[in-house]
Write a protein of this length. Structure first.
Length: 101
């Protein structure tokens, strides 16, 4: 019997990039396959179930309900390197006169 149950309702997901130990990645994908869910779901359930068991953290979190997610740092935009067009020489105006005799 699996510790993590298949999902029963949807939640709003946000993107989070991280790196895992190679063995943890293998275990994550294997467990997701075992319960027929996505790796994102398994990760979310692990956080929900494991951290909920930490009584000190639960108490601390109740006292610190503000968001702890770091705000994104505004990075200056890179200026696109502007390439000036190469000036083309002006075409000389030529007039050709055709005489028919």
């Amino acid at each position: 019997m699996s510790v993590i149950k298949p999902r029963t309702r949807g939640k709003r997901l946000v993107k989070h990039n991280t790196r895992l130990d190679e063995q943890n990645q293998e275990t994550l994908y294997a467990y997701a396959q075992f319960i027929g869910e996505s790796t994102e779901y398994v990760m979310n359930q692990l956080i929900d179930t494991v951290l909920a068991r930490d009584k000190e953290f639960v108490q601390w979190r109740a006292e610190h309900q503000q968001s702890c997610v770091p705000r994104p740092v505004a990075r200056p935009r890179k200026r696109a390197h502007r390439v000036e067009p190469i000036a083309k020489p002006a075409l000389e105006s030529t007039t050709t006169t055709l005489s028919i005799s």
